[in-house]
Write a protein that binds this ligand. Structure first.
Ligand code: ZN
Length: 509
């Protein structure tokens, strides 16, 4: 029996086959295509590529700033302590000549410059090609504010004009830390077996956009607001995972887990939030050496508060429970079968998507607090100013034009932003996809339905910082996430289409 069938059988026992119709259609492709059969898990019949050892190295490096360093926020405030450290965690994959790194940092987002500087250095130090490295964030709210000051640092870095103060400061430590995570993962790779699957954690995440009695959709309408009719969109209870076990050992040495939800705890102390407790629970289950890497699934419209039935649970208790539920969701469905036939492929593709336009009038208006331009809540009006010209947390449109976008070649045409999509294919059923922005959860559900890989793990907030990305429907409904976005409606759909094209081409090989 093929591993794929075991995977499907196992998924069937937890009742989620209907959530992943791609599994069934890809199985039809299998039976029609002999060359694909040879890539499957009939170990007597391995083809040459898959005979090469598949190696994985993992490392974690502390990137917590000194206490007192400003926390993320509007405006940022000084941090008062450390509940648990922030990490850059790297997984390096190697098979034959193919090498790549997936890095995930406990930060709010990854500025394009941070990704670029780290990837350049890591390429020089390890030989892993720049384009095969993806760096993403866990959208940790209890993390440092890395905003326009980081852009200024990066400009000095590019010009070789870092000051002594820069060299001793946090941004240098951050860049060194993330780079070191790749270098050290690269130097400790060993042959592994992989186990891939999808667990379930229903009832802990909530769509934070609600249809209200006035017919509008509103984000975070307040706990037990009597005007809530119903949530305006879905949630995704999948806990997708891949576990690595060194050959000859019986415990899992490392893992990647992906789940779609915003953080649990707001505080003035640094903390990686619930990923810390996934790590803690996996250490209990698999031993102290285990390194748990957590990737954030699309969750632009998902958080941990049920506004329709909100209870006031202690945040420290809730965050631990949340991490443990996710780790246990993995442990509960651990397949007995190991996939012994990984075949590594890494693709990076850049597509160019239009950024939103603004008028001269809007630009002038956005720079200083004054009267409202649109009839909307003052919170939204302020976010609109930030989106156009004030660097709050992500770069505003004006700065994207200045530093990141490609100017129109023809008068009146739009400005295009390069958007990078990565796919790491690990075996015939497991693929990791990364892309920038805070994607709506619908994109994660959609890619899983359409992908030919049974376990397609989409990780958001990679390699650039471009705020929210709603679906076309979400843009129509409006409110916070639609306003705090940079790309035009339809961009997320294009990114998913592009990822699907890559996934399909990898499946055919
Ligand atoms: Zn967010």
């Amino acid at each position: 029996m093929t591993n794929r069938r075991n995977f499907i059988k196992q998924m069937a026992t937890v009742g989620i086959v209907s959530n992943i119709p791609g599994v069934l259609s890809s199985q039809n492709k299998f039976s029609q295509n002999k060359s694909l059969m040879s890539l499957n898990n009939d170990t007597e019949n391995l083809d040459m590529t898959n005979d090469l050892p598949f190696e994985v190295g993992v490392s974690m490096v502390d990137i917590t700033p000194p206490v007192g360093f400003p926390l993320y926020g509007y405006p940022s405030k000084p941090s008062t302590g450390i509940k648990d450290p922030l990490y850059a965690k790297a997984i390096v994959f190697k098979q034959g000549k193919t090498k790549g790194a997936l890095v995930i940092c406990n930060l709010l987002g990854i500025p394009r410059d941070l990704s670029r500087i780290v990837r350049e250095r890591a390429q020089n130090e390890t030989g892993i090609p720049f384009q095969n490295i993806s760096i993403s964030a866990t959208h940790t709210h209890t993390s440092p504010g890395i905003t326009e000051s980081f852009k200024e640092y990066a400009l000095r870095e590019s010009a070789n004009k870092l000051t002594d103060e820069d060299k001793k400061g946090y941004f240098t430590k951050l860049i060194n830390g993330v780079t070191t995570s790749i270098i050290s993962a690269n130097s400790n790779t060993s042959k592994v077996e992989i186990t891939s699957g999808i667990g379930q954690a229903p009832g802990i995440s909530f769509n934070r956009r609600y249809l209200m009695t006035d017919g509008r959709v509103r984000f975070n309408p307040g706990r037990n607001n009597p005007n809530i009719v119903r949530p305006s969109g879905p949630v995704d209870p999948d806990v997708s995972f891949v576990l690595f076990r060194k050959q000859g050992q019986n415990r899992y040495s490392s893992s990647l887990t992906v789940f779609s939800s915003h953080y649990v705890r707001d505080a003035t102390e640094f903390s990686s939030d619930y990923p810390h407790f996934i790590q803690q629970r996996f250490n209990e289950l698999f031993g102290n050496q285990h390194v748990s890497v957590f990737g954030l699934g699309p969750c632009g419209n998902i958080n941990t508060v049920n506004a329709m039935n909100a209870s006031t649970e202690n945040a420290d208790v809730k965050v631990k429970k949340f991490g443990y539920i996710l780790a246990d969701a993995v442990n509960n469905v651990l397949p007995k079968e190991i996939n012994r036939n990984p075949s590594l492929e890494i693709v990076s593709k850049i597509i160019y998507l239009p950024i939103q336009d603004y008028t001269k009038e809007e630009l002038e208006w956005s720079g200083e607090e004054g009267e409202q331009l649109y009839n909307e809540r003052s919170f939204l009006n302020h976010r609109r100013r930030l989106k156009i010209s004030i660097w709050g947390v992500q770069p505003p449109l004006e700065k994207l034009r200045m530093y990141e976008a490609v100017a129109p070649a023809v008068s009146g045409d739009v400005w295009y932003l390069p958007v990078e999509i990565h796919v790491f294919k690990l075996d015939q059923e497991t693929a990791i996809v990364t892309m920038p922005s805070e994607l709506f959860v619908e994109f994660g559900i959609d890619i899983k339905k359409r992908s030919p890989f049974a376990n397609t793990m989409l990780i958001e907030l990679a390699n650039a910082d471009i705020a929210y990305l709603p679906t076309i429907q979400g843009f129509k409904e409006g409110d916070y996430e639609a306003i705090n976005s940079r790309l035009i409606p339809g961009s997320g759909e294009k990114m998913i289409d592009s990822a699907i094209e890559i996934l399909e081409s990898l499946k055919k090989q």
